[in-house]
Design a protein around this ligand. Structure first.
Ligand code: SF4
Length: 105
């Protein structure tokens, strides 16, 4: 292999077509604050974190845009705290309870 070999061109990630541009999003760079679950997180700690995330959303300039996007997005594509609402991860026990499916004991 030649040392002068050029690097392959960088292919930019394709933008998700249905995600709005929200340059003022307060959640940007704050992961995992808005995640639904964090591995090994205590339930009480998760509730506190969700409350913090909901509070951040309430101060976010993008809240109206974000809320409209969430309202027009299928529920099984929503995960975490979005526009001040907590959406359990699709497939999780909390999600199944939310949609009325029985949760195995
Ligand atoms: S409203 Fe909440 S989830 Fe939506 S962009 Fe703002 S901080 Fe992020």
């Amino acid at each position: 292999m030649s040392r002068n070999r050029k690097c392959p061109p960088v292919i930019p990630a394709l933008p998700t077509l249905d995600t709005p541009n929200m340059p003022g999003a307060l959640c940007a760079g704050q992961a995992p604050l808005h995640d639904f679950e964090i591995h090994n997180e205590y339930t009480r700690a998760r509730r506190v974190r969700h409350a913090q995330a909901v509070a951040w959303c309430s101060y976010c300039a993008e809240l109206p845009v974000c809320r409209a996007w969430a309202a027009n997005t299928p529920r099984d594509e929503l995960d975490g705290v979005i526009a001040g609402t907590v959406y359990p991860t699709p497939g999780s026990a909390a999600y199944r309870a939310e949609i009325g499916q029985e949760v195995a004991a």
